[in-house]
Design a protein around this ligand. Sequence first.
Ligand code: H2U
Ligand code: ZN
Length: 352
Amino acid sequence: MMSINFNEQPHRRRNILTGEWVQVSAKRNQRPWQGQQEDIAFPDKPKYDETCYLCPGNERAGGVKNPEYSTTFAFTNDFSALLPETDSVEMNEKDLLVASTEKGICRVICFSPRHDKTLPEMEVDHIRKVVDLWVDEYHELGSKPFINYVQIFENKGEMMGCSNPHPHGQIWAQETIPEEPAKELRQQSYYYQKHGTTLLGDYLELELEEKDRIVTQNDHFVVVVPFWAFWPFETLLVSRRPFGRFTDMTDDEKSSLADIIKKITTKYDNIFNISFPYSAGFHPAPTDGEEHPEWHFHMHFYPPLLRSATVKKFRVGYEMLGNSQRDITAETAAELLRQKSYTHYIETNHNH
Ligand code: H2U
Ligand code: ZN
């Protein structure tokens, strides 16, 4: 079997989780890595901001006052995109105008009472409390008969459309399985039917043998730059044990998840010495009452930055009309992430 020279030959890689292809052209990017280190040494964010709608004790846009929370805090989004009480209506005019109503619940989760602490700057014990809240929300929302998928995510940084620097994430829980997890459900099901093992379990085994795309790991989780990564520093966080639900996690796994999140987000911030923007989120099994032995718990990080703290990758032109495409190979990105320290640059700066 002839092998592809990833750095020389433009090629396509298959995203086995979605079934879609990504075009890779490393040659476009053969010049040496010029990732600038833009030192923003001590970003001066206040611990508490009286104008922030997420800080403890403050009033939100809808007029409700936040409690004086001391760890984490979740509330129903004051501007929810989905509502639980919607009559069920299906529309189909001549197979041309097709629509249906959608029920759902939107939640906002504050990770910390501190306005200035992002995930990599929090203690692992505190991140563990965020994990516990995700587990509780997944359980509570997923137990409702009309909720078949619980999408937990975080938009971090203005570049990703995040509305407020206070560390927070969102949950959209809904009737239909959304498009991205729906593709993954199809792909994971095919694989499981054919091989009797989970797609991501086998993929992880292969990555652990090859080592090229591994970024970091602990007792229960591994982070890789997936072979088919689209975003420059995209990563996939996978559980070593095949399980599907947040509620399947053991106590040790929950603590390990907190630990690995701290590790990967710290490495991200250390790439350009800035608070690294991304959209990240979990793909747990659907909450539709099915067993889902095919589903393998994982999390995606999609950061938009490419060459410096300000140079963003845009999904435009050929990518909007033709195909997703990347320049730096997954292997190069993994190598760069591997080299980055587990100590946050702000801490490093303070110690000098
Ligand atoms: P993002 O920063 O990821 O946009 O999340 C903030 C969410 O918080 C957003 O969905 C909600 C917005 O609707 N929000 C409230 O629920 N109450 C407020 O007082 C302001 C913002
Ligand atoms: Zn705040």
